[in-house]
Design a protein around this ligand. Structure first.
Ligand SMILES: [Zn+2]
Length: 335
């Protein structure tokens, strides 16, 4: 069973999950990709190698296109309870939460640059459906959706997949981001992200792509070369609220951005992160959700992982980015 331990120095928790150590790691066999398919638990026809399916979308022949299953090597479990204990000076809790794997496609070798609009739409629809379902468990205070692509980004399996980890607490960084947005809204009566978007459109130096509903840009203070934010041009706080038209708009812009990134960077590792407002739960502070939908904007962060982190980043949580976002946007725009 996993545990959530609290570090009093850093004011943040850590998930201690010993069963994660036994995960298969297939990147060591990159040279022998063909053999790997026979051992891949995410192939069609090998459905019984994963835990019982939670969600799937199927084609007219009844074959799955996108599939969601519990993570066999889960860091957290819904079987655990929301209670904490003391261990002398220290504090810890049972590893309550959910940990799911979204198998994005039956094709082992496909990359996001190859997805068409319908594949992106199906992928986003699966994420939306899982988000809506997980929101119903009121013990879960935050739902993190992310994809690790490649070794540099922390992926351990090649088959295209994303993960959903729902926690019984809001991680410190997320909580701080919410409070910054709340403060900004109190002061200006506008969402921080809306003002950032308006500024990016006005100066038009870092906008890479735009359609009726979404904008993609290199953020002014990009932490990494070619970092991209995709944000909505309408007020929406989570993926749960995207209707069918906007799922397609988002699919279109994701497709465009990944085409551009692969064109400029070749085959690259990245993290893709979906930032949603926390679902409504019984927070200790009764005002926590007040105006949340007015000041929190859903957005997507794409972080290419062109190199590994080093001591400075871990020591200070600060990054040194060798490429200006203006130059990155310029390269991505002019492919
Ligand atoms: Zn596979």
């Amino acid at each position: 069973m996993s545990e959530i331990r609290f570090c009093p120095l850093r004011g943040e928790r850590v998930i201690i999950a010993p069963n994660r150590l036994h995960r298969p790691i297939d990147f060591a066999f990159c040279e022998k990709e063909r053999e790997n398919i026979n051992e891949c638990p995410f192939e069609r026809g090998r459905e019984n190698f994963t835990p019982k399916e939670i969600f799937s979308l199927k084609n007219e022949r009844g074959e799955w296109l996108v599939r969601v299953v519990p993570n066999l090597y889960h860091a957290l479990s819904v079987e655990n309870r929301k209670r904490s204990f003391r261990d002398g000076f220290f504090e810890y809790a049972e590893g309550l939460g959910a940990h799911e794997v979204v198998i994005e496609t039956p094709d082992h070798f496909k990359k996001m640059r190859d997805y068409d609009v319908f594949e992106f739409r199906n992928y986003l629809f699966a994420l939306k459906s899982r988000y809506i379902d997980l929101q119903n468990d009121k013990r879960l205070e935050y739902i993190s959706i992310f994809k690790n692509q490649g070794l540099n980004a922390g992926a351990t399996l090649r088959h295209p997949h994303s993960q959903i980890i729902a926690t019984s607490f809001i991680p410190k960084d997320i909580r701080e981001e919410i409070e910054r947005k709340r403060e900004y809204f109190k002061k200006h009566n506008r969402a921080l992200m809306d003002d950032i978007i308006n500024e990016e459109i006005k100066i038009d130096k870092r906008v890479v792509s735009k359609n009726d509903d979404f904008i993609a840009f290199s953020p002014f203070a990009s932490f990494f070369p070619f970092e991209i934010f995709i944000a909505p041009l309408f007020p929406i706080s989570s993926i749960a609220l995207l209707d069918e038209k906007r799922l397609f708009s988002l699919s279109e812009i994701l497709r465009d951005i990944f085409k551009r990134l692969y064109e400029v960077l070749g085959d690259f590792d990245f993290n893709l992160i979906f930032k949603n407002s926390p679902p409504k739960t019984n927070q200790r502070d009764p005002n926590f959700f007040y105006e949340l939908n007015d000041f929190y904007r859903f957005y997507i962060q794409i972080t290419p992982r062109l190199y590994k982190f080093a001591g400075f980043e871990i020591a200070t949580k600060m990054h040194i980015n060798p490429l200006s976002p203006e130059e990155a946007a310029d390269k991505l725009k002019n492919i």
